[in-house]
Design a protein. Structure first.
Length: 425
């Protein structure tokens, strides 16, 4: 309220838009106070998606202000159906909920932004640091001071979070970070921040930490705005390269822009798409929840074109972790071999190719296509499988003529160099 009042006094004609997260549970009160102090816009979320690290409740703010000078004019009878819709949508994504069940008033101490809080919690679990979550929050506050008490918004908040997790995993405090700065293997985001790759913080860079980190790595600092020294991006050249790599019909302007912004993520997506196809056609609940035997779904591929798919049977797993799944697609029976990761996750089932009649993978990658099945007659040089590796697709040829005795992989399998793909007799 004090902040908005001061801004309004200094800038009487400037629109004030207040955004917050409800992490400590005070969001509704804060937004009402901001409105009373002169804010023109406050951010809220529909009730089903509000609270915790989301925005404050729209229904609560509208109800409290109803009949006052700040009445929002929102019809609560119309809000009800919208809330019900989003409640049902959220249920579809229950497996991806963060597990946070209550507010966290200690945000006033650690200052983790609401948009980062649940992400950091998830990352901590992935790093095996779940039991150290309270310590990570304390280290976040300490890491923030080590870096100079910087404004924590994307991407600077990630820098603080990465350093906090690093300090916990390495059992370091702020003083030790400074003393050992020349030898510590800092997260790349921390080094990039200290170099100046995301800009100059309002209070400047922390010294002597910055000098120690850069000088020990032979890095020069970036002066001024990083974007000012970047070369122009050639979108036309990028589009040509992407079309040559993935095929012209699979690349549009949106893909070119996605690749320019997130090249690694884009490459991973295209690899996924090569294995699983256009999954956007699948209903959300089907994408998130596997079908069970006997389930039947109706999928619209494009206007006027629909398919009816029924999962008929799932065979027991074989020794190599493979299962055969039987579907009916518009009444036609299809058989699809898949690798059941739940069966193989505790065992290394990949044989290495050792003999002249055993075809192995030339490099690590993902199998995106199989050209043969057991019993097929083949000649030396015939294509056996397609491997996506090193951002390119490679066709694996037969090393001898004969009959396919065994196919050791399925589409979507990750393989290492020399892993057995096909056995020929």
């Amino acid at each position: 309220k004090i902040l908005v009042s001061a801004l309004r006094e200094q800038h009487p004609n400037t629109p004030i838009h207040v955004h917050t997260h409800d992490t400590p549970g005070t969001g509704v009160a804060s937004m009402i106070a901001a409105a009373e102090a002169g804010a023109d816009v406050v951010d809220v979320a529909t009730d089903a998606m509000s609270g915790l690290t989301s925005q404050p409740s729209m229904g609560a703010v509208a109800s409290v202000l109803a009949g006052s000078e700040l009445d929002t004019g929102l019809d609560k009878k119309l809000l009800g159906p919208l809330n019900t819709y989003w409640e049902n949508v959220r249920n579809l994504y229950l497996p991806f909920e963060s597990g946070q069940l209550s507010g966290s008033s200690d945000v006033y101490e650690h200052e983790i932004p609401g948009g980062q809080y649940t992400n950091l919690l998830y990352q901590s679990r992935q790093l095996g640091l779940t039991d150290k979550w309270p310590e990570i929050k304390r280290k976040y506050a300490e890491a923030n001071m080590v870096l100079g008490d910087i404004p924590k918004v994307t991407p600077s908040s990630k820098v603080v979070g990465d350093l906090a997790q690093f300090m916990v995993s390495q059992n370091l405090d702020g003083q030790q970070v400074l003393e050992q700065a020349e030898t510590l293997a800092f997260p790349e985001s921390v080094v990039q921040f200290l170099r100046g790759e995301i800009g100059i913080p309002p209070g400047g860079f922390p010294e002597p930490l910055r000098t120690k980190v850069l000088s020990s790595r032979g890095l020069e600092s970036i002066d001024g705005r990083p974007g000012a020294s970047l070369p122009d991006y050639d979108f036309d050249e990028a589009e040509e390269l992407l079309k040559a790599k993935y095929g012209a019909k699979y690349i549009d302007e949106k893909d070119v822009l996605s690749h320019a912004l997130y090249p690694s993520v884009f490459a991973e997506w295209k690899e996924f798409e090569a294995v699983y196809g256009e999954v956007s056609k699948l209903p959300t609940d089907l994408f998130l929840n596997p079908m069970k035997e006997g389930d039947e779904v109706n999928i619209e591929l494009k206007p006027g074109e629909r398919v009816i798919i029924k999962l008929s049977a799932i065979q027991p797993p074989r020794e190599d972790g493979s299962r055969t799944v039987a579907f009916e697609v518009n009444g036609e029976r299809w058989f699809m071999p898949v690798t059941d990761l739940s069966v193989i996750q505790d065992a290394n089932v990949r044989q290495k190719a050792s003999g002249p009649n055993e075809v192995g993978s030339p490099m690590p990658g993902v199998i995106v296509g199989l050209k043969v099945k057991e019993g097929d007659k083949i000649r030396e040089g015939d294509p056996l499988a397609t491997l996506s590796a090193m951002k390119m697709e490679t066709v694996i040829p037969a090393t001898a003529s004969g009959v396919v005795k065994h196919v050791a992989v399925n589409v979507g399998d990750k393989v290492e160099g020399d892993d057995l793909l096909v056995e020929i007799e």
